[in-house]
Design a protein. Sequence first.
Lengths: 183, 575
Amino acid sequence: MSRTAFVAALAAFALGAPLLAQNKPAFEQPILITSAGQSADGQLAAVLAKKAELKADLVKMAAAKDLAGHKTLVLVLGASMKGLGAAGLDTAKEKDRIKGLLAAAKAQFIPVLCLHLGGEARRGELTDAMVAEYLPSAKMAIVVKSGDKDGLFTRIAKDKGVSLIEVDKTLDAVPPLKAAFAK
Amino acid sequence: MKGHATAVVLAAALAAAAPGPQVPSVGKPPHRPPADKHIPFNYTSKNGMVVAAHPLAAEAGLAMLQAGGNAVDAAVAAAFALNAAEPFASGIGGGGFMVIYRARDKKTTVINFREKAPAAAAPSLFAEKGDAAEEWKSERGTAVGVPGMPAGWDYALRRYGTKTLAQAAARAVEIAEQGFPVSATFSTIDKDEYEKLLKNAGETTCYLNQGVPYEPGDVFRNPDLAKTLRLIGRKGIAEFYTGSIAPKIVAAVREKGGIMTLEDLAAYGPEEVEPLRGTYKGFEILTVPPPASGGLHIIQLLGALENWPVRAWGAESPAYIHHAAEAMRFIFADHARYLADPDFRSIPLARLLSKDYSRSIAAKVADDRIAGEYPFTVFDAAKDKRENTTHLAVADKDGNIVALTQSINDFFGCGIVPEGTGFLLNDHMRDFDTDPQSPNAPAPGRRPVSSMGPLIMTKDGAPYLVLGSPGGLRIFPSLAQIIVNIVDFGMNLDEAIEAPRFFASSGNGKAHPLVVETRIPEAVRKDLEKLGHALTLKEDYDKYFGGAQGLMFLRDKGLILGGADSRRDGVGAGY
């Protein structure tokens, strides 16, 4: 990590730490990771979790039954038409899947942590709709800053009481992710 | 429209890139391209010009010209540099087509270095994979065709160049060793292809930054590629096809379920062929013949357009877009019915290229509605999202010209990197049809049909326009539109390249949606819908439509213009 990036990540973590303490997200392992929108960012989240030394399972098409044995749901917000096509899904089916998953997580008192790793390039109509619909279900979100240039994440997080941590680059998400699961 | 800049503008393009290590520039630019890269800008020079999809490649080509190399030397130097600087689009693991115009004898020729299927490739190779066929065609070892790039570059240098392979590769070696800050384009593509890279190249590959995609401004270095290119430069292409690199390629391919052998690599050879010729409103078009389809279809589409009052209709008019789109849909019927490797199947080229045949296409197009039925088309638009490949063009002080389109097919190819080599292998076997009965089914030594269409357009026997683009099956519609923009609508070169684009295709006998950039006005789009076109909207400037590069010769002014597509990172450099 460059010095600038490290400082940015540290600052982001410092800003996020009080929120963590305040809201006590109390995320626990093992983690179920799934993508909302079937972009490659789901795979990216799994690699970041590995770097953060977290016990995580990536299930691209996770359904309610996949929550069994997991204590946190990490939902990676970022839609890809290519990814949806490869998964044989249309937008409606993907939304139904996520809706069902979130409802099951809520019923089982499994907290949700949202990640947005794709930045500005991953934003778009479908991603934005998913952010608006699913971010309020999260206790916390870690977002690559360029994805929040227009303040979409900040606005929703503020309105819905979601702890928001912004990082400059993808790799900078590792420290706050690790911290979120620290005992 | 901006005025023409003079002299070298490369440094400006580099300055516009994200911060990072200082990259040597070539001279002080008195005029710079606009900060908004979409504003049309014609690079201008008097002696020589290179246009390429990355500033470092344009610089490498220009440096070769200034060192006394001819257009072929500069094209190969730029092509090598693209392997280092734009590795996701082309490289020594791929193949391509080069059109060369030699001023001395006014000879135009084509070098075909398209990949070939391994000897063990049966027509049922992919059909027998069932639902997993697409994966085996694009991300497994069976996706890899025998690479033609090193052999093609080497042939071009030996036959038409003046420099050695080592001299042509030298700048690429430096770029790979020193690194450069990645652009937003590189970063976006790296993110899009992340899963493939992770799966096939692994978390430690140089194509990922500590296991994650590069962000704009991150420095990308590829020391393994530098070593490989240096080795090929020193020992020649035999090192690639029969020497120390060959077993690494075969091992990597076979480890992922592929069928390539050392014998396949040893047997590879490029070929030199006559260009395909056609005309449009007094201009002659010289382009690549099959197994490339782009050249043939450009001539067919322009031939159909000659039958309508395109100029009177105007650019972005519903009538022009409707008629062109319908012609494209009928041409897709020919693509499915006839296109194949000509070494294995006869193609009725004379008939398909004739003006009578173009008239017959035009006659099928109704003024007031889409036809709805397009016999013989089997094209699956859903599987053709590809924006890959790269194109460059060079002109030297003696009037020699090169138009070169090269590719590893999908961005980052199949994602497989032979151990320790730093280069990506192609997935051009994907360009074969899965259907074993198709004329374009896999077969031993067969070359898959390509969409490429690099071309040189002449007026009264003298080169006027050099053009080419990546973009899969959008190549022929995009290049034809650029030519119409220039010839009929009076646009200058880069205006023609940057103008809004559209694309239409057909499959299973039916119309696919008309795909348009959103800059095409809403009122026009509504009129098109009234004619029966379903529309799919793309971005304002979408790389879905390719990334064309071109040269234009203004002989009365003694100038060469260069146009580079802002849909990718194209730039020009001249002197």
